[in-house]
Ligand binder design. Structure first.
Ligand code: SF4
Length: 268
């Protein structure tokens, strides 16, 4: 086969793989360990959870078209029919990273691991086409899907959903997920949303879970943001936040309180 024929075949194969997307854009990460970093966000469509505080209900289902930012931070978007082909995603990432101002690529959602089979084919290509580290933002409840993509990732930010706050309960899946991350050569941190309704018994269970895997895994407590488009959820009081951080620090080495900074900055 000639080089040209091989290139044509590679292109056809790239175009046959496709991802259901909400958007691709450049922004400042506002949550967890990467707060303040500039990232290219690849937001996949679809979520199987229904957290009571969710402000991203538009990600639950696949839209007919995805939005792709034309230049990093200019907030002008092309609309592209879903699903978006692999070659279109690679092209968008390359365009946005000119000039190369980004620290990493965030694979986010919705729940990106609902598309783990496609991601397992796409991420090696993304790694080959971009030198940016790959960061996965996930609900942390699909360990079997994580296994398909873990070797391509550089870092993972996983939620641990407190039943008293989110209405979701996934303790055993979270534990299996965190154990996989801890054994792999990736950086991992946990993100926990707090509201006024947080049950301290949930925090005890959380600290037992994380300490049982590795007490040095950082935990970021994120008071629910009382602004935005989600259903209003009363945020914790300052006294509650102080008490709950102290409760977790009894067993865990790194427990930080970081609100959603992108909302305060008026970022996307
Ligand atoms: S996991 Fe995220 S997108 Fe899904 S319902 Fe919860 S907050 Fe919303």
């Amino acid at each position: 086969m000639s080089v040209k024929e091989q290139q044509t075949q590679d292109q056809v194969s790239l175009d046959q793989r496709a991802l259901p997307l909400v958007e691709i854009f450049s922004a400042i990460q506002g949550e967890g360990a990467n707060v303040g970093c500039r990232q290219i966000f690849i937001r996949l469509a679809g979520c199987d959870l229904r957290c009571t505080y969710c402000d991203s209900a538009h990600t639950w289902f696949v839209p007919s078209h995805a939005l792709i930012e034309e230049r990093a931070g200019d907030r002008h978007f092309q609309t592209v029919p879903n699903p978006v082909t692999t070659s279109q995603v690679l092209h968008a990432v390359a365009q946005l990273n000119r000039p190369p101002i980004h620290d990493s690529i965030s694979l986010t959602g919705g729940e990106p691991l609902l598309h783990a089979t496609t991601l397992a084919q796409f991420l090696p290509l993304l790694k080959a086409h971009s030198s940016l580290p790959l960061y996965l933002e996930t609900g942390g409840h699909h360990p079997e899907a994580l296994e398909l993509v873990l070797s391509y990732l550089d870092s993972v930010g996983m939620d641990i959903k407190l039943p008293s706050v989110s209405g979701e309960c996934h303790w055993s899946a979270h534990e299996a997920f965190l154990r996989l991350c801890d054994r792999a050569p990736v950086e991992v941190f946990c993100k926990v949303i707090l509201s006024q309704a947080t049950d301290p018994a949930d925090l005890d269970r959380l600290s037992t879970l994380v300490a049982g895997v590795n007490p040095h895994i950082p935990v970021f407590l994120q008071p629910v943001t009382p602004i935005g488009t989600g259903r209003y959820t009363p945020p914790p009081t300052p006294a509650q936040v102080l008490a709950w951080q102290a409760q977790l620090k009894a067993r865990l080495s790194t427990v930080r309180v970081v609100p959603q900074t992108h909302k305060f900055l008026g970022q996307r």
